[in-house]
Design a binder for this molecule. Structure first.
Ligand code: FES
Length: 118
């Protein structure tokens, strides 16, 4: 499951609580959708897979935040997740967090570094 580091996007592509950047990762041998967003100035990345049902979160490509720009919101049934941790905050995710990616941001670029549990 370990993947070499890979550039996802330029850091400036991620506005605070703004649109996310979608990409794909290998996860347990399958190609899976993923995304990065920025919250409190830090880039965070997750599999684009709700903890309720394995659906992508964004109802419009790259729109992951709720209207307030506070939490991540699943467009299908409204599960909410803490943007900085992926923790389920409410709704049908029922305590199941998002799968968090390890990222690094350096020299103006955001890198995918693998998964938190690698
Ligand atoms: S699929 Fe995300 S809340 Fe149901």
């Amino acid at each position: 499951m370990v993947e070499r580091e890979r550039v996802i996007c330029e850091g400036v592509a991620l506005a605070e609580a703004g649109a996310g950047v979608r990409f794909e990762v290998e996860y347990f041998g399958d190609i899976a959708p993923a995304f990065v967003i920025r919250k409190h100035g830090v880039a965070h990345g997750y599999l684009n897979r709700c903890g309720h049902v394995a659906m992508e979160l964004d109802w419009r490509e790259g729109v992951f935040f709720d209207a307030d720009g506070r939490d991540l919101l699943c467009s299908t049934h409204g599960a909410t997740y803490e943007a900085a941790s992926g923790r389920c905050l409410g709704g049908p995710c029922n305590g199941t967090p998002l799968v968090k990616l390890r990222l690094e941001e350096r020299n103006g670029l955001v890198y995918f570094m693998g998964f938190d549990d690698d």
